[in-house]
Design a protein around this ligand. Sequence first.
Ligand SMILES: Nc1nc2c(c(=O)[nH]1)N[C@H]1C(S)=C(S)[C@@H](COP(=O)(O)OP(=O)(O)OC[C@H]3O[C@@H](n4cnc5c(=O)[nH]c(N)nc54)[C@H](O)[C@@H]3O)O[C@H]1N2
Ligand SMILES: Nc1nc2c(c(=O)[nH]1)N[C@H]1C(S)=C(S)[C@@H](COP(=O)(O)OP(=O)(O)OC[C@H]3O[C@@H](n4cnc5c(=O)[nH]c(N)nc54)[C@H](O)[C@@H]3O)O[C@H]1N2
Ligand code: SF4
Ligand SMILES: [Mo]
Length: 686
Amino acid sequence: MSRPSLSPASAPLQVRGACPHDCPDTCALVSTVQDGRVLRVQGNPEHPATDGVLCAKVSRYPERVHHPQRLLQPLRRSGPKGSGRFEPVGWDEALGDIAARLGAIAARDPQAILPYSYAGTMGLVQGESMAARFFHRLGASRLDRTICAAAGGEALVQTLGGKLGMKVEFFAQARLILIWGSNSIASNLHFWRLAQQAKRDGARLVCIDPRRSETAEKCHEHLALRPGTDAALALALMHELIVHDWLDHDYIARHTLGWEALRERALGWSPERAAEVCGLDVAQIRRLARDYGTTSPAAIRLNYGMQRVRGGGNAARAIACLPALVGAWRHRAGGLLLSNSGRFPVDRAALQRPDLLGARAPRTINMSTIGDDLLRDASPDFGPRIEALMVYNSNPVAVAPESGKVVAGFAREDLFTVVLEQFQTDTADYADYLLPATTQMEHWDIHSAYGHTDVLLNRPAIAPQGQALPNTEIFRRLARRMGFTDACFDDSDEALCRMAFGGEVDYAQLLAQGFAPLPVPDAPFAEGGFPTPSGRCEFFSERLAVQGLDGLPDHLPNHEPAGTDARYPLAMISPPARNFLNSSFVNLRSLRDIEGEPLLEISAEDAAQRGIASGALVRVFNDRGSYHCRAEVSTRARPGVVHGLGIWWRKLGPRGTNVNELTSQKLTDLGRGPVFYDCLVEVQAS
Ligand SMILES: Nc1nc2c(c(=O)[nH]1)N[C@H]1C(S)=C(S)[C@@H](COP(=O)(O)OP(=O)(O)OC[C@H]3O[C@@H](n4cnc5c(=O)[nH]c(N)nc54)[C@H](O)[C@@H]3O)O[C@H]1N2
Ligand SMILES: Nc1nc2c(c(=O)[nH]1)N[C@H]1C(S)=C(S)[C@@H](COP(=O)(O)OP(=O)(O)OC[C@H]3O[C@@H](n4cnc5c(=O)[nH]c(N)nc54)[C@H](O)[C@@H]3O)O[C@H]1N2
Ligand code: SF4
Ligand SMILES: [Mo]
């Protein structure tokens, strides 16, 4: 019975949740709902890391959840591939047809089916629980989820023994903070609040970033190095620590491995040599080394922006060696933080059930080379041609490198593509079936984090909108249609939340307050105890050496080093836009209005040489493609480097392209990650 329109509204209700986005801050949310609508989303003031504050993006969550263009019913393609034309279809018919199509392919070879997913939601349940079970049971190809953090993550594992680091709250007590490859104000806001607290208490802040970012301009010092030269800088800092004897010999002797070899390597990197490679002043490098060698406690906030180049893994390894050299780990406000995700005792075996594979060992496809792989024929090396793709929690047509090839792959008439989405993204346009997914306001989930060390629980605040279903439920129903009778396909979302951490996290506490801190020591490596094979901080990695790789960190020049191709003299990086999260939020009017339109920041010098005025439309191009956007002549760009900001939706940019038209599918030294910021281009007025 529908309610008479004049009846009094029900009282507003507050529901605790977690921000699902791929952001180090993993905020605790409090949503205010009334009559089935989300009125407000705020930061939970009781959660210390959130401190009652959200970023501009998630503060506007009601606009996202109740967006007029939310996908609210299953759709089936009704036009040519990629046309984005669909007709409504019932869930029953859609799932029946998808099961039949997948079943026929699987009968020949299930490895011809590929799941494609990333961090649209970071939730452990709506991320990879039921979905992973489904693909394991099916025996589908596996996906190597490399697109963001593979090089840096592997570097931490090889050097420190895991994705582990300082507790973020102690940055507030540091005396020196290096913000390295991170635009914290845009992408790690809650860390920036801690850094400001430290600054007010007298700490010095140094930013290491090719771009004069919002963060760089608020630090005491900014080292605007060339993209992909961080290892050279780190080695020169070591050089200075050695020659001035700013070393903690006791810490080195007791808690590190490979010191003599690293010492020799670093002595080859004078500040003069590094200055040449990095495009920095020698004096600036010397000053940074002095600051780092003589200020205690010194803390490094490393972020993934510096590892999206060929040598990104080695660079992250070199930087991760620094705290052990000066004994910074002895202090809780000293050391380094890239990610603490390794702290979380997630029971992936229970959630994802790899045992459902049995004796099968399907091939693995790297998500960063999806463009090439979709276009590949069957071969003994590669295995079967990819015949079906199931995309969820990701927008590969916009975010994967070398879009020209990605688009050509998705456009294959013989590819069967199912997309689970909240919105009709660039990827959704290529779907054969487009299935409506719930948002964080409409489903249960449980979250680990990578920028703090608390577990968060997300309760649904409102009912699923329209006919949308959680990812879990879509895979549950599909499993039934495929005839999978395993009991694990009956687990409810709440049951999955409870099993995510086994008994390691107090679920009652999560239910009561929405978050539960992990027991993490304040100064995790004060007494060494690195979880590497040697138990030491491994300057030299035997595990890398046995793979035939350099056991020591070194500077590896970019795949596309500036100055090596006269046709493409400019190095392009494409860091996130502050008001988008990767390609999420681009379709939110209020946030898109703040960002304006796709921009390329270029220095006055490079603009003048090309006759480009600020605000002019330009064509940015290389052998892989062309990207049309507006130039902004800006002091944020150093000569020789341009910045294509943010991952716009292709269809919302001029001429239907975005910056990934230009990026390459080459991979990093460690972790087989993408090299978004290792990319040469030329720019001309258009
Ligand atoms: N607002 C917003 N927040 C986000 C995101 C977003 O899209 N928007 N994305 C989220 C995701 S997925 C991630 S992975 C995280 C981490 O995000 P990161 O990828 O670390 O992005 P940023 O923190 O913005 O830092 C990138 C910075 O690195 C700089 N940089 C580029 N190349 C180099 C280099 O070679 N060396 C050095 N030293 N610096 C370089 C860029 O100029 C930029 O300022 O942020 C998350 N948070
Ligand atoms: N040029 C360039 N390219 C980049 C980067 C860069 O810096 N420069 N950054 C890279 C990085 S760090 C990353 S992490 C990747 C990010 O790439 P992606 O992980 O693909 O991230 P998003 O673009 O945010 O797309 C996530 C999609 O998931 C959807 N989604 C959210 N929640 C759910 C859900 O519960 N169910 C379903 N079915 N869908 C959901 C959202 O609507 C959104 O469209 O991009 C990479 N690409
Ligand atoms: S995107 Fe990051 S800063 Fe914004 S609400 Fe989510 S976790 Fe917090
Ligand atoms: Mo990312």
